[in-house]
Design a protein around this ligand. Structure first.
Ligand SMILES: NC(=O)c1ccc[n+]([C@@H]2O[C@H](COP(=O)([O-])OP(=O)(O)OC[C@H]3O[C@@H](n4cnc5c(N)ncnc54)[C@H](OP(=O)(O)O)[C@@H]3O)[C@@H](O)[C@H]2O)c1
Length: 249
């Protein structure tokens, strides 16, 4: 199968590319470094010509609803329009559990992306996943005030990126399926504990205060709004398994 991975150089995308290649698929990586700017549409028709499936794991770093919505609707409409022109049969997008329940700027863009996929003219699948295990490391880097790293309160059921990538390639192989069941890790965790465990694992010894993020989004993180639906498919790799496999700092 000929698979294009939009965002194939990112955290999720790199794994998707690896799993798809391992299964013998021919993979095209759509990224700016390869001359394809999905935001402007530049290079897309050539890059998608002859492709069976597009797996969209693009992302942008923003907390602004406007910026996120422009990015995700813009990139999705370019992928769908080019896909329709060159005959792509399946558009598969990765989204996030709770984008419709937790009010956050980035999530607003993801929700708009889902709506654009559903109303586009290419047959589609949307897979929502919970936070990746690596989210703890991202939080450790980003939630800091000067030398103090903060441990935000959040209920989460983090999943292995390898299990997400495997699911996406399974879905690419099985054809358009609409909105499929959520995927999540094997058990609920507290993000604050995950961030502290990551800090210790990577050699950080400082005090890390636990904080509640303000506003409706902070409440949604604490009340379980980004936990998976009861019928979600669960992976097998726990956060502690993932952490133990990471090099120590
Ligand atoms: N992180 C999580 O915990 C999590 C959980 C569930 C779902 N998700 C979803 O998973 C997806 C992937 O997230 P991630 O954390 O793996 O993202 P990431 O590491 O930030 O990677 C983003 C990718 O987007 C590409 N990109 C950005 N702008 C582009 C442009 N204009 N043209 C072409 N490529 C562009 C980047 O490629 P270049 O910079 O090389 O061009 C990169 O490959 C996102 O949709 C996210 O919402 C994430």
């Amino acid at each position: 199968m000929e698979i294009a991975v939009a965002g194939g150089t990112g955290i999720a995308g790199t794994e998707v590319v690896r799993v798809a290649q391992q299964r013998g698929h021919r993979v095209r990586v759509l990224s700016r470094g390869n001359g394809v700017d999905v935001r402007s549409g530049e290079g897309l028709d050539d890059a998608l010509d002859g492709t069976d499936v597009v797996i969209d794991v693009l992302s942008t770093s923003t907390q602004s609803a406007r910026v996120s919505t422009e990015f995700f609707t813009g990139t999705t409409s370019h992928l769908l329009a080019a896909g329709r022109r060159v005959g792509v049969g399946h558009h598969l997008a990765l989204s996030i559990v709770g984008v419709d329940r937790a009010p956050h700027g980035y999530y607003a863009g993801k929700l708009a992306q889902e709506q654009a996929v559903q109303s586009g003219q290419v047959e589609w699948t949307i897979q929502r996943a919970t936070q990746f295990h690596d989210f703890a490391a991202q939080m450790f880097r980003n939630a800091a005030v000067g030398p103090i790293h903060l441990a935000p309160r959040m209920r989460t059921q983090p999943i292995s990126i390898v299990e997400v990538a495997t699911r996406l390639v399974d879905l690419a192989e099985s054809g358009p399926a609409g909105r499929v069941r959520d995927i999540a890790g094997p058990r609920e965790e507290q993000l604050a504990d995950m961030v502290r465990a990551w800090a210790v694992h990577s050699g950080h010894r400082g005090w890390m205060p636990e904080i509640s993020l303000p506003g409706a989004f902070g409440r949604a993180l604490r009340d379980g709004s980004v936990l998976p639906e009861p019928d979600a498919d669960l992976g097998t790799v726990a956060f502690s398994d993932w952490l133990n496999a990471q090099p120590r700092g």
